[in-house]
Design a protein around this ligand. Sequence first.
Ligand SMILES: Nc1nc2c(ncn2[C@@H]2O[C@H](COP(=O)(O)OP(=O)(O)O)[C@@H](O)[C@H]2O)c(=O)[nH]1
Ligand SMILES: [Mg+2]
Length: 266
Amino acid sequence: MLRIGIVGLPQTGKTTLFQILTHAHGSATGSARQEARVGVVRVPDARLDRLTEMFKPQKTVHATIEYMDMPGSVIELARTGVQSQALRELDALVHVVRAFENEAVPTEAGSVDPKRDIENVELELILSDLAVVEKRLERLEKDIKKQKNPALEKELLVLTVCKAALEKQTPLREVDLGAEESKVIRGFTFLSLKPMLYVLNLGEGDAAKANLAEQFAAKAGLKQRLRTGVSAICGKVEAELSEMSDADAAEFLLSYGSMPVINSWV
Ligand SMILES: Nc1nc2c(ncn2[C@@H]2O[C@H](COP(=O)(O)OP(=O)(O)O)[C@@H](O)[C@H]2O)c(=O)[nH]1
Ligand SMILES: [Mg+2]
């Protein structure tokens, strides 16, 4: 099962997105403050439906995804040893980036600036990995001096490449390591190595602007990055939609003049 962590700064819409994806109910700011909430969803798959129809098996097993609503600030999580463990266990990250203005919902930095937030969080993931790499390299150099060992030398080589990338502030997910090299570093569960999907959480006024995610991705230099995707939603509209019947949802959508579900992958 794929484990995907919904991360970001406080008050960006993480819990809202979690609730949309998992249809979980309850207060967005309630008891889920301290611990990550977990929701398992079945992945819709038209091919599987067709096969089930054709073969009528006793049981149909969908692929599942586990979403974790990671509370608080991902920066704090990445900085704290014990808590970063929860991040390390994830297969991929969804970074919810606040793009909606709402004075009633304060932002941590005092203003809405998606590009800044993305860069700050990325830097934190990179610094966390760099600390791990430096510590391991120190140890490796000592061990290799004592005794020649091809496996350790290989590890040294790969980690040196990683260190150089991290020092240039390049996340490891964007480093094109070979299969064998990737295997060497798998055990470190580096944070900046995890595939990343940025989800821009737009204001209601922007809900109908279908190409906003793409424009933003281009401006923020996020296009054509390895293992990186950009998408946009309007959390508030989506949250309302997910509570409605299909008929009500269709009517509600019409009032927006177009589909508020903005989904652009780059
Ligand atoms: N205006 C507006 N408010 C939103 C949107 N998404 C979330 N919010 C509000 O922002 C607040 C924080 O959302 P929440 O999902 O709890 O953020 P979290 O702290 O990242 O989990 C809540 O009051 C939400 O109703 C949005 O797209 N537009
Ligand atoms: Mg939350």
